[in-house]
Design a protein around this ligand. Sequence first.
Ligand SMILES: Cc1cc2nc3c(=O)[nH]c(=O)nc-3n(C[C@H](O)[C@H](O)[C@H](O)COP(=O)(O)O)c2cc1C
Length: 211
Amino acid sequence: MGLVTNPNEEGTDPTFFEVVLAQRACRQFDGRPVDDALVARCISAATHAPSAENLQPWVFVVVGDDAQRSAIGDLTRRLWREAGRPMSEGRLTPQLLDDVDAGAETGVASAPVLVVVCGDSSVAHRSTLASSIYPATQNLLLAANALGLGSAMTTLATIDEATLASILGTPDHIRPMAVIPLGWPARPLGPPRRRPLSEVAHRDRFGTSWT
Ligand SMILES: Cc1cc2nc3c(=O)[nH]c(=O)nc-3n(C[C@H](O)[C@H](O)[C@H](O)COP(=O)(O)O)c2cc1C
């Protein structure tokens, strides 16, 4: 069961817009393993993202080992309880707070694969490291969705970058910047909620709606 519920009638790959318009954060997984070949397709898509000066400063640590996933899960839970939850309460809608809470407590780390997307600061300048890493991360999320996998952009565990780096064994110049769970969604997520173009797009100058 994927997020893109109807790839299309011929059973071929879903179209770009079917994938993009169905993208949601998935934080609960059904426990089935994910084949390396699918992970490879997601990472390959990530490496086709743009990057400043085409420096491609990305590094992917693919975590499937139980003890490693559990260590990342413990870190995520601690940071959620100490910092994330107090900051999110009263800011997130009750539904989103519940979803993020369940994800941070156990859901995200229960995914069979956690792809930690890192930036190599010895390759890219500090000013373009993040802006080069996050397009790759988005490609990875979209590729996962196209394959029917659940995934989510998460950064909670990177708040304590030093502990995450020590779990992963990354040297100082390899900076963990996102933890992406990959797994089969436990349940359909429903349609995403997004602000309409009339609220977000302006024509020529700010204040004149584009639509
Ligand atoms: C920079 C960034 C950081 C995020 N960090 C987390 C996170 O730590 N934990 C989490 O559960 N979701 C995280 N998210 C996912 C957002 O909550 C999600 O994209 C947003 O609520 C939209 O929800 P939807 O994808 O279900 O439509 C993050 C998203 C972004 C862009």
